[in-house]
Design a protein around this ligand. Structure first.
Ligand code: UDP
Ligand code: MG
Length: 321
């Protein structure tokens, strides 16, 4: 069986249309499938619509989280719940196009254990933030201590072995595209054209994106800490240089005062920067030692369990399933 995990946060405009597209794509593959929708504390009609889908489609699993935990929290709840031999992660806004699902599954059937969907292009280039993504992936690539595929988000497939490996990790600040590469196994890549969001607005706030980018960099690299060391070396070299200039080049008092001020700002700034970088790591160490869960599931609804409550004609679909 193939599981598709989809995080849903206030997507009432899209869920019905989205499920139809996903079900169509999955039916083409001839595989058994389930779609695990993780309701991440939506405040709109999303949960009701998802429960409604279950009354028509036994392949729908709904995981209801106790509050809004964010993209990664929702995805890891989905990964824990999914029972498939392969698990696909995708967003519920059509940006990861359902038409690509058969290709991911084909790559898995051809022997890959981890399949990464890589963006060939971005349709949504209007947005300023979207323009920053390739830059972000570049920086991450340069920083990382081992290769992470460029231009890949969460969209992709992992087989049961890889899913269990990721589920067993204890770390809290998860950057799933990185972890998926980190667990290893036989890997393949599928290219696709990133679509524009089909409706509604983006749900991730600017600050949560910054956090995500920081998680990505700090959880896969010690280079920022090394940068800190390099900066401190550079500032130490400045000390004798400035002293020599002060001795040999006499000048007005004002210039000397300004130079002194500049030096203080320089050193102070560098120290603050180093402290900031250390803080990023310390904060995460604090998170890790607490070992808090990434999200808390309120309830899991499986379609088969509600079969008896349905009208006779709809019960039939469950007997087949
Ligand atoms: N999402 C979520 N919890 C959140 C924010 C977003 O589950 O707190 C879901 C959202 O419903 C969507 C996916 O995560 O299915 C990606 O969110 P979005 O499209 O807003 O992110 P973007 O594509 O803009 O990076
Ligand atoms: Mg999106």
């Amino acid at each position: 069986m193939v599981s598709v995990v989809v995080p849903i946060y206030n997507e009432e405009e899209l869920v019905s249309k989205f499920h139809e597209a996903v079900a169509n794509a999955l039916n083409q593959t001839g595989e058994d499938w389930e779609v695990v929708y993780v309701n991440d504390g939506s405040r709109d009609a999303s949960l009701g619509l998802l429960r409604e889908l279950q009354t028509f489609d036994p392949g729908v699993v709904v995981v209801d989280l106790s509050r809004n935990w964010g993209h990664m929290g929702a995805l890891s709840a989905g990964l824990q719940t999914a029972r498939g031999d392969a698990v696909i992660l995708m967003d519920g806004d059509f940006q990861d196009p359902p038409e690509v699902l058969p290709e991911l599954i084909q790559a898995w059937r051809n022997g890959a254990q981890v399949v990464t969907a890589v963006r060939r292009s971005r349709e949504e280039s209007r947005k300023v933030l979207a323009k920053l993504f390739p830059l972000f992936y570049r920086v991450l690539g340069a920083m990382s201590d081992y290769p992470i595929p460029l231009n890949a988000g969460i969209f992709g497939l992992m087989d049961r072995q890889a899913v269990d490996a990721v589920n067993n990790l204890r770390e809290g600040n998860r950057y799933l595209p990185g972890l998926r590469a980190w667990v290893g196994y036989k890997t393949d890549v599928v290219y696709y054209d990133r679509q524009d969001r089909a409706g509604g607005d983006g749900k991730l706030s600017f600050m949560s994106r910054i956090k995500y980018a920081m998680d990505a960099i700090t959880s896969f690299s010690y280079k920022p800490l090394r940068l800190c060391f390099a900066l401190s070396m550079a500032s130490l070299i400045l000390v004798p240089v400035l002293s020599i200039i002060a001795v040999f080049v006499g000048g007005p008092v004002v210039t000397a005062a300004l130079a002194l001020g500049a030096a203080i700002f320089l050193v102070g700034g560098l120290m603050l920067m180093c402290l900031g970088i250390l803080g990023e790591y310390l904060g995460r160490i604090y998170d890790e030692v607490r070992e808090r869960p990434l999200s808390i599931i309120q309830q899991v609804y499986r379609a088969a369990e509600i079969a008896e409550t349905l009208p006779e004609e709809r019960q039939k679909i469950f007997r087949v399933a």
